[in-house]
Design a protein around this ligand. Structure first.
Ligand code: PRP
Length: 215
């Protein structure tokens, strides 16, 4: 291990990173430095295993991995689909399960059936475009929002939204429903294509051990 280079991981900040580190601990990969909540450090190192970790905003994780600033990333499938980066998606980590859906008030279901030109608000304009234009062949106006997307239909900014549904609680509390399901989501491991070649053995070994742990 002593003469190999550092393998660098970019983890999506927050719950995803915490769950990832829990899973890594189960296969013997720890990073004590990262557990110090008061630390202002951005990069954490496990010298013994020659691993480096850093936390990034979810949508930036595929960017770091595509450019090789990180060899490996962990991020939600929603972000992978939205960002369309040149990375290999190698493993479903099995946590962070939720769904990407078209949601709105019940009446808006009619607008979806008749292919009307509707307004769609979303934090995920590329996923929304791909779904409506390429899958449903429906011309829509897409409005990008950065959060609290459920507000869209409530304040008549949009007819429907494309958003993540986990428990469905946010929709219920705001009188909205799932109208159509786009795809299932969960946390995924992504790898830089060059790292996949150059560090084949280490990456393959990691995938193998994680897969066995997840089963
Ligand atoms: C996400 C998503 C929904 C909500 C779904 O929002 O955009 O609003 O969670 O979860 P639920 O089905 O369990 O209610 P998030 O909390 O990430 O905040 P945001 O609205 O700022 O994106």
């Amino acid at each position: 291990m002593s003469d190999c280079r550092y393998l660098t991981f970019a983890l999506g900040k927050g719950r995803l990173a915490r769950k990832t580190l829990e899973l890594f601990e189960q296969i013997g990969i720890t990073c004590e430095e990262m557990k110090d909540k008061d630390s202002r450090k951005l990069i954490f190192v496990n010298e013994e295993l020659k691993l480096r970790f850093f936390l990034a905003k979810g949508p930036d994780v595929p960017t770091y991995v595509e450019y090789g600033a990180a060899d490996i990333g962990v991020v939600g499938r929603d972000t992978i689909l939205e960002e369309s980066r040149n990375v290999y998606e190698v493993l479903d980590l099995g946590f962070g399960k939720c769904r990407m859906c078209v949601c709105g008030p019940r009446e808006a279901g009619e607008l979806l059936l008749h292919h009307e030109r509707i307004r769609v608000a979303s934090k995920y304009p590329n996923i929304a475009r791909e779904y409506f234009y390429n899958k449903k062949h429906q011309t829509v106006d897409i409005i990008k929002l950065n959060g609290s997307v459920e507000l869209g239909p409530l304040v008549k900014l949009s007819d429907v939204i494309v958003d993540i549904v986990e428990t469905g609680g946010t929709l219920r509390e705001n009188g909205l429903e799932v109208l159509e399901e786009i795809c299932p989501l969960s946390a995924r491991m992504i790898v830089n294509p060059v790292s996949m070649q150059m560090e084949k053995e280490r990456v393959k070994d990691l995938i193998y051990r994680l897969r066995n742990q997840i089963l």
